[in-house]
Design a protein around this ligand. Structure first.
Ligand code: AHR
Length: 371
């Protein structure tokens, strides 16, 4: 709940505790909650201090606010780490810059937080900051994207997506789709990449590169970063259309926001979007399966949308609780994710001996979708 969240980047843990106490009292007061009136009247400071003193402080270094996925992810974490559950969450928006995230980690160390949550914008370059956290005795949980460090003991655990598998699912779907419509011509593909060096980009790009090098008829004619944003997705799609004109068959968008931008650019340039390649339609593949992305999938604008879930909040709370109970966490945990398409011919995919369902999107699914 918004009224229970602490989002100020404040310097001293003592101040956080006093602020938390104040917010706690305000929250109870505003909600008419059941603070014992007699006790509140007689010893208000003692009550609030004992509540605030027991709060667990968590420094949360977020990548930024570049996409629908990211906004949903911030919300998920903020809604999970609430004062009424015993947490003071200190949120820092890195604005997609690693230097800001490193600065935030150092501030969390200065503030002597109990735990650090890190969603790293890129994989490399974390050794020093994480070593400082380790030396300060602050456990670090990395989630969503990975860090590539010389010593994996620098963080306690990572939980996130298998981004390479996501890319493989998208490419396998495309292979099956082309077979099912008996399309055996060449296809020209353009790749709108995520932020270069981010795990989500590395895995998805690699899966496409691997599929292209295995398939003699797939040609990767352009590959450029759109930084996971709608605006940059649109900008690079416009440039690719100008350069390649009607020669683009498939757009591999490494997230939904770039797909929104690409769709706008393709329509504005007068090209048709769809799955009928024989009729010169441009087929769009996307990742995330956010609400808007799934609506476009239901409408057949996005041919297949491979899920990347942002809902980490409750899982991260469980991990911190386990650490608090003295448990050792799994070092790396992959979450399970789905795939969506409204093309009826492909119900499931077989990849490396495993089966993955391809789900249809309907209004009910969209209504219940959390992001
Ligand atoms: O790291 C997850 C990726 O980052 C999501 O695919 C994207 O939308 C986000 O910005």
């Amino acid at each position: 709940m918004a009224d229970t969240l602490i989002m100020f980047n404040i310097r001293k843990k003592g101040f956080i505790i006093v602020l938390s106490a104040f917010m706690m009292i305000m929250a109870f007061w505003l909600q008419g909650c059941s603070l014992d009136n007699t006790a509140y009247d007689e010893e208000p400071v003692k009550d609030s201090e004992s509540i605030a003193g027991s709060l667990i402080t968590v420094g949360f270094s977020q990548v930024g606010s570049e996409s629908d996925w990211r906004m949903a992810n911030t919300k998920s974490v903020q809604e999970a780490f609430t004062v009424d559950k015993g947490y003071a969450l200190i949120f820092n928006d890195g604005q997609q810059k690693q230097e800001n995230q490193i600065k935030a980690i150092r501030e969390f160390i200065d503030q002597d937080v109990d735990y650090i949550l890190l969603d790293p914008c890129v994989e490399k370059g974390w050794d020093s900051a994480l070593r400082e956290a380790k030396e300060a005795g602050i456990p670090v949980i990395v989630y969503d994207r990975m860090v590539d460090v010389s010593d994996t003991d620098l963080y306690d655990a990572w939980i996130g997506s298998d981004f390479y598998l996501e890319g493989k699912k998208a490419c396998t779907w495309l292979t099956e789709y082309l077979e099912s419509i008996e399309y055996d011509g060449d296809i020209n593909i353009v790749d709108l990449q995520g932020t270069l060096g981010a795990s989500a980009q590395i895995g998805r790009t690699k899966a496409l590169n691997d599929a292209v090098s295995k398939n003699g008829k797939w040609h990767l004619i352009a590959q450029e970063t759109g930084d996971f944003t709608t605006a940059k997705g649109k900008e690079i799609m416009e440039a690719m259309l100008i350069k390649n004109g009607g020669n683009i068959n498939v757009v591999y968008c490494e997230n939904d926001n770039m797909a929104y931008g690409a769709i706008e650019a393709i329509r504005a340039a007068g090209y048709k979007i769809g799955t009928n390649l024989k009729n010169n339609e441009i087929l769009i593949l996307s990742f995330d399966a956010s609400n808007e992305g799934l609506r476009l999938t239901m409408d057949g604008v996005i041919a297949v949308n491979t899920e990347c879930s942002p809902l980490y909040g409750d899982m991260l709370v469980e991990m911190i609780e386990a650490l608090g109970d003295g448990e050792k966490l799994e070092k790396n945990t992959y979450i399970e994710e789905e795939q969506f398409s409204n093309f009826k011919g492909i119900g499931s995919l077989r990849i490396d001996g495993n089966s993955y369902f391809v789900n249809e999107v309907d209004e009910e699914l969209l209504e219940n979708r959390e992001y």
